[in-house]
Ligand binder design. Structure first.
Ligand SMILES: [Fe+2]
Length: 276
C-alpha cells in the first residue's frame, strides 16, 4: 500500500511573486530561506505524488459556482493564470489521475461529496510554494481546493475529517507510492477589507502553538474561537488543518515564522515527517 511520505505547510502571497523585483536582499533572504528548508525536507521525503491542498483565488470558481471542496482528477492541470506568475515557467503541471480517482472514490464511500475537475488551473496559492521550494522537476500533483475565501466555508472540524479521509485514502491506495501532502495558505492576513494589510501576530502564535501541540480538539477549539475576528485571509489556515489531520494530528514542527508586512501575510512554514 502507499505510504505517507511527509506533510508540509507554507504560506503564499501574490506579492511574493509580483513585487519580488522591489524587495531588498534581506527581505528576499527572509522569504527564500524557509521555503528552501521546506523544499529540502520535501525532497528528502522522496515523494512520487504530492497532494496539495490550497484555496482557489477566483481562478476556477466564483459566486455562481463555489464548491466547498474540489479534487483535480485530470492527467494535467493548467499553470497559474496570473500574469505575475509567469516566472514560474509551468503552463501545465502533471496530475495523477489514479490516486486522485482513488481519493474521490474513498471520499464518496466515506460520506463526502466533493466536486471534481478534470482541468483545474493551479493559481499562485498552489504554485508559489512549489516554485519557492525549488521543486524541479515537479512531482505529479493531486490538487484539493478547499474553499477558504468566501462563506460558506467548510468548518474546521470538517477540514480535520477531510485530512483523516486523505490519510486513509493514502493508506489504502494499492502499490508502493510515496505520497506527500503540502498545504498552502495562511497564516493571518486581511485582503480587501478595512483592516487590509493587518497581520495578527497573536492569532498566528496561537495557531503555531496549536499545530505544534497536536491533537484535533485543540485546533478546532482555537480556530473556532479566534478565526471570526482574524483577517479574512486567515481562513486559509483550513488547508493547514486538513494537512495536519492527514499527519494524524501528531503535531507540526515549525520551520519558521515571520510577519512580513511587505507581502501582507503572517508567513509560516512547518513540516511533519514520519521519521522526525
Ligand atoms: Fe491566498
Amino acid at each position: 500500500m502507499a505510504e505517507l511520505a511527509g506533510v508540509f505547510a507554507a504560506s503564499h502571497a501574490p506579492l511574493i511573486a509580483r513585487d519580488w523585483h522591489l524587495f531588498d536582499e534581506p527581505l528576499r533572504a527572509k522569504l527564500t530561506a524557509p521555503y528552501r528548508r521546506l523544499g529540502a525536507r520535501l525532497r528528502a521525503a522522496r515523494p512520487d505524488i504530492v497532494v496539495e491542498i490550497a484555496p482557489d483565488h477566483w481562478s476556477n470558481f466564483f459566486l455562481n459556482n463555489l464548491p466547498s471542496v474540489c479534487i483535480g482528477i485530470g492527467a494535467t492541470h493548467l499553470g497559474p493564470p496570473e500574469p505575475f506568475m509567469a516566472g514560474f515557467g509551468h503552463t501545465t503541471l502533471a496530475g495523477e489521475p489514479q490516486f486522485a480517482t482513488h481519493l474521490l472514490e474513498s471520499a464518496l464511500a466515506g460520506g463526502f461529496e466533493p466536486s471534481v475537475s478534470h482541468r483545474l488551473a493551479l493559481d499562485h496559492g498552489f504554485c508559489i510554494p512549489l516554485w519557492r521550494m525549488e521543486r524541479d522537476p515537479l512531482p505529479p500533483i493531486v490538487p484539493i481546493v478547499i474553499n477558504s475565501l468566501e462563506p460558506p466555508m467548510p468548518t474546521i472540524a470538517r477540514c480535520i475529517a477531510w485530512g483523516n479521509l486523505l490519510a486513509s485514502a493514502i493508506a489504502s491506495f494499492p502499490g508502493s507510492a510515496r505520497i506527500a501532502v503540502v498545504a498552502s495558505g495562511g497564516l493571518s492576513h486581511s485582503i480587501g477589507e478595512p483592516t487590509m494589510g493587518a497581520i495578527d501576530e497573536s492569532f498566528d502564535a496561537g495557531c503555531i502553538r496549536a499545530f505544534e501541540a497536536g491533537g484535533e480538539r485543540a485546533v478546532v477549539d482555537y480556530l473556532d474561537r479566534t478565526l471570526p475576528a482574524a483577517g479574512n485571509g486567515s481562513h486559509e489556515v483550513r488547508n493547514w488543518v486538513a494537512a495536519h489531520a492527514a499527519a494524524g494530528s501528531r503535531g507540526f514542527e515549525l520551520i519558521e515564522y515571520a510577519a512580513i508586512p511587505e507581502v501582507y501575510v503572517g508567513c509560516a512554514w512547518a513540516a511533519w515527517n514520519p521519521a522526525a
